[in-house]
Design a protein around this ligand. Structure first.
Ligand code: PA5
Length: 447
């Protein structure tokens, strides 16, 4: 695997060098805290050594479960929200074929998603669609009590029982949850589903390399061993490089924090490959939930280019100058296409004849980088060699590690999410859940 690179050539001119130097030093301290486990939220640092800690036995078990699902089901419904589904979707959609329902040739099973919102139409359509199909469910919830996946699972298990009876249902549900706590754990134990454990010290948004991500990814036919090996290589690179100006995570974390201090409060993750759309969704959760607290934090947003240059391009070029970009550039394509010449050149494209689509795309990327920098938008570049499991594994682990470093530089606990509880508690109160009566009275006074 070639190394992922962080380039600052389109960001440097916006940086105050002494400030950047000082923040680079802070990033080294932040990394030490992360590795020594003596910073805020250190009880949730299990993800740091996940890549090197995964055993062959664990991978074999996941591969066997995936094979069983593939043999028995045309569809796997992944039920989860936030960190309990975004990592799997990010990997699956970045490496599998979109024109073959995001599967590899190894898998005939298509992955569907539920429990990531409460839209009745979506769930009604899903249930109608599945009524005549062979399907299994992987229900994923660390707390085991999150309402959206719990509701979707309730709907799906009713359908499973109608189709397959209780015994048949047992072998069609895989539950990924806490080792001891939560309603899903209790339900699984009583019913006898196959269960996988989310380690206590790994939070949802850092859980892609646990069974949370690995089971659905393995069902899609993507290579989980290559994914893990890419993450392992990145773990080694990041933990061994002590010079913060060379350490990729320190470099990225210090660049974004230095820009934040100059008033660039919004970071836009830019991709030029539709396959990376869900990597950006996963990244937004990772950084938003980790850093947006104590009334501070960079707001993470994303665009898919060149598509969004025709919707967001005007703002990016010329709107309020509070943004910076982090651009993911993929260096090589899996299969390139060459443009041909046409007699008459009616569409005026013969000047591109013989050029590859990747060459055309690279000029669009470069032209946009220069235009946006000229428009006072600093652009950090993350260059990845290609879109495959190994590089995606490395990229995801890099983002996780850099997020920990960045959160410590910012002075927050990057591993909790107290703000997410407020909406949940209000919803429970309004739904009439036992124990939330006082809160319900308070809310009703406000509406
Ligand atoms: O990162 C997190 O912890 C959250 O986004 C969770 O993943 C999300 O809220 C889902 O929680 P749970 O897995 O407990 O259902």
């Amino acid at each position: 695997m070639n190394q992922i690179q962080i380039l600052a050539r389109f960001a440097e001119s916006f940086m105050n060098p002494p400030k950047w130097e000082a923040i680079l030093k802070q990033s080294a301290k932040a990394m030490d805290m992360l590795l020594a486990g003596n910073g805020a939220g250190s009880e949730y640092l299990g993800w740091v050594n996940l890549p090197s800690g995964i055993t062959n036995e664990e991978l074999v078990r996941i591969e066997k479960t995936a094979e069983r699902i593939r043999n028995q089901s045309e569809y796997l419904v992944v039920v989860g929200i936030g960190g309990s589904y975004l990592g799997a979707r990010a990997v699956i959609e970045s490496v599998c074929n979109p024109f073959d329902s995001y599967r590899t040739e190894k898998s005939k099973t298509k992955i569907l998603y539920a429990g990531h919102h409460l839209d009745p139409d979506y769930h009604r359509d899903l249930l109608d669609f599945l009524a005549e199909k062979e399907f299994s469910v992987n229900v994923i919830s660390k707390s085991g009590t999150t309402t959206e996946p719990a509701v979707a699972f309730r709907l799906l298990i009713d359908l499973l029982e109608k189709k397959y009876g209780k015994d048949g249902t047992k072998s069609r549900v895989i539950a990924t949850t806490d080792s001891t706590k939560g309603a899903l754990k209790k339900f699984s134990d009583e019913y006898g589903f196959e269960t996988y454990v989310i380690p206590d010290d790994v939070g949802g948004r850092y859980s892609v390399l646990t069974p949370v991500g690995l089971i659905p990814i393995a069902v899609s036919g993507a290579n989980i061993r290559a994914l893990v090996s890419g993450a392992q290589a990145m773990q080694k690179v990041l933990t061994e490089e002590k010079d913060p100006s060379k350490n990729l995570a320190c470099r990225y974390a210090s660049l974004r924090n230095t820009l934040y201090l100059t008033g660039k409060k919004i970071e836009i993750l830019v991709n030029y490959n539709p396959a990376l759309h869900f990597v950006a969704e996963w990244w937004k959760q990772l950084y938003g939930e980790s850093e947006g607290k104590g009334k501070k934090g960079i707001f993470p947003a994303s665009v898919d280019l060149t598509t969004d240059l025709h919707s967001m391009g005007q703002y990016l070029q010329d709107g309020e100058r509070t943004i910076f970009e982090t651009v993911i550039r993929v260096e090589t394509t899996k299969r390139d296409i060459e443009l041909t010449a046409r007699d008459g050149d009616v569409d005026g494209l013969n000047y591109l004849a013989g050029k590859s689509l990747s060459w055309v795309g690279s000029k669009a990327t470069l032209g946009t980088l220069v235009a946006h920098t000229d428009g006072s938008v600093p652009c950090i570049e993350i260059v990845i060699p290609k879109l495959d499991e190994e590089n995606i594994g490395a990229l995801l682990y890099f983002f996780e590690f850099a997020c920990g470093v960045s959160g410590y530089i910012l002075g927050v606990n990057p591993f909790d999410q107290p703000g997410v509880e407020d909406y949940k508690n209000n919803m429970f109160a309004l739904l009439g859940k036992k124990g939330y009566e006082d809160r319900k009275d308070d809310i009703e006074k406000k509406i």
